[in-house]
Design a binder for this molecule. Structure first.
Ligand code: GZL
Length: 388
C-alpha cells in the first residue's frame, strides 16, 4: 500500500467524513448512495491522520517525493500492489467477462490486492468510489467510466494524490489526466456493422433498409461511437433509421424497447440493430412473442455487438445475422501498463484490443471499414468454445 503523506489534521477530518460514503475495502457494490466502506479502510484513514499530525513539517516534501517516485511506488519492495477498480456495473455478459478478467489477473496469488467496486451504472457512486480509493491511498486506480464526461475534477484529485489512473473500455472525453486507456474503437464497430449490412443487403438483393436501433446506455462512449458509426453508413446509403432508443445494455431494456417498437412500427422495419448481445436477447423475445421472424433467411435482419459466448451461439443458430465483437479482456494489457510504470517506463496512451466481426453465413469474406479490408468470421463451435 503506498505510504501517503497527508498534510494537516483537517484532512484527516475530511477523510473520516468522506469515508462515510466512499468505496473501497474489498468487493463492494455501490448502492444508490456511494459505496459503503469497511473498518479496514477507516483504519487506514486514521493511520494516515496520526502520521500526518506527526509529519506535518515533512508533508510537502513527502508528497512531492511520493509523486516523484510514483513509478517506483507501490510494490517497489516486491510487496503487494493495491489496485482500486471502479467497474460500470453488472448489466451484461460482457461486463461479467470484463470483471472476471480483472479479478483473474489482479489476484492475491499474482501479488495484487484488488479493491473492486461495482458502481451499478451510477455515475455519482463511481466518482465516490474513486475518491474512496484516493483515501485508501491505493497504488493504482482502474476506471471503466459509465459516462464519458464529468471526470476532470476527480482525475485531478488522483493526480494530486500521485495515484496513476488507467482507463479501460469506455472513454473519457473531458480529461486526459490518466496514464493509459485500454479498449476498443466503438465508432469502428458501428461503421463495421453498417458496411456489413450494406454488402449483405446487396448480396441478398435487399434494396430498402428500414432500421430500428436499440442503443446502449445513454452517455456511454460505446453507445455514442456505435450509434455514430452506423448512422454514418446509413446516411451515406439513404437508409431510414426508423427509431433509436436506449435499452441500457440490458436484456430487459432490449425487450422493453422492442415491444414498444413493435407497437409503433410493426411491418415498417426490416433490420434491428442492438448495441449489445443482452439487448438482442430481449429483442428476440419481444419479436418471438409478436410472431415476427428474425435472423438468417427471415423477415428481419438482426445485428448485435459484443459477441459474447451466448451471442455467438445465436449467430451460429441463425437467430443473429452478424455480431461485432467488443473484447472485454483488457486486464492483461492493463497489467503490462502497470509493469511499465513499476519499471519507470512510459506506457502508450492508447492500447487497442483485437476484435473480430462474426457472421452466420459465408456469403461475404470481408468488408472494408475506413478504407481497410477486414475479414468476416463464420462462427463455429470451436470459436464458441474459446470465446469469453
Ligand atoms: C463496451 C461496453 C459495453 C458493452 C455492453 O465496451 O462498455 O457495456 O457493449 C456493456 O455489453 O454493458
Amino acid at each position: 500500500m503506498k505510504r501517503k503523506i497527508v498534510s494537516v489534521l483537517m484532512c484527516a477530518t475530511m477523510t473520516a467524513a468522506l469515508f462515510a460514503g466512499c468505496g473501497g475495502g474489498g468487493d463492494t457494490q455501490a448502492s444508490g448512495d456511494a459505496a459503503k466502506t469497511d473498518d479496514a479502510a477507516n483504519d487506514a484513514a486514521d493511520d494516515g491522520a496520526s502520521e500526518a499530525a506527526g509529519d506535518d513539517a515533512a508533508a510537502d516534501d513527502g508528497a512531492s517525493e511520493a509523486a516523484g517516485d510514483d513509478a517506483a511506488a507501490g510494490g517497489s519492495d516486491g510487496g503487494t500492489i493495491t489496485i482500486g477498480f471502479a467497474q460500470v456495473g453488472h448489466e451484461s455478459d460482457w461486463r461479467t467477462a470484463s470483471t472476471k478478467s480483472c479479478q483473474d489477473v489482479f489476484s492475491a496469488e499474482n501479488g495484487y490486492d484488488l479493491q473492486f467496486v461495482d458502481c451499478d451504472n451510477d455515475s455519482a457512486a463511481q466518482i465516490e468510489a474513486v475518491r474512496g480509493f484516493i483515501q485508501q491511498a491505493v497504488d493504482y486506480i482502474i476506471i471503466d467510466p459509465i459516462v464519458s464526461t464529468g471526470w476532470d475534477t476527480v482525475l485531478t484529485e488522483c493526480e494530486d494524490a500521485g495515484i496513476p489512473v488507467i482507463i479501460i473500455d469506455r472513454t473519457i472525453d473531458d480529461s486526459d489526466k490518466y496514464v493509459s486507456w485500454v479498449g476498443s474503437n466503438f465508432k469502428t464497430e458501428g461503421l463495421a456493422a453498417g458496411e456489413w449490412l450494406k454488402a449483405y443487403a446487396e448480396n441478398k438483393g435487399i434494396s430498402e433498409i428500414n432500421a430500428l436501433v436499440i442503443e446502449g446506455s445513454t452517455g456511454a462512449s460505446a453507445t455514442i461511437g456505435r450509434t455514430e458509426g452506423f448512422k454514418e453508413i446509413a446516411d451515406a446509403n439513404g437508409w431510414t433509421i426508423v427509431d433509436s432508443q436506449s435499452g441500457d445494455f440490458t436484456e430487459a431494456g432490449g425487450q422493453e424497447v422492442m415491444e414498444s417498437y413493435i407497437k409503433s412500427y410493426e411491418g415498417k422495419f426490416n433490420v434491428v440493430i442492438c448495441q449489445n448481445d443482452n439487448e438482442a436477447f430481449g429483442a428476440m423475445t419481444a419479436m418471438k412473442n409478436a410472431g415476427i421472424e428474425y435472423g438468417v433467411g427471415k423477415d428481419v435482419i438482426l445485428v448485435s455487438f459484443d459477441a459474447c459466448t451466448a451471442g455467438l451461439e445465436k449467430v451460429m443458430s441463425g437467430d443473429i445475422n452478424a455480431d461485432f465483437e467488443c473484447n472485454p479482456l483488457a486486464a492483461p494489457d492493463v497489467e503490462k501498463v502497470i509493469k511499465q510504470l513499476q519499471a519507470g517506463e512510459t506506457p502508450e496512451k492508447e492500447v487497442y484490443m483485437t476484435e473480430h466481426w462474426y457472421v452466420n453465413e459465408d456469403v461475404l469474406s470481408s468488408i472494408t471499414v475506413n478504407g481497410e479490408e477486414q475479414a468476416l468470421t463464420v462462427v463455429t463451435q470451436e470459436i464458441i468454445d474459446a470465446q469469453y
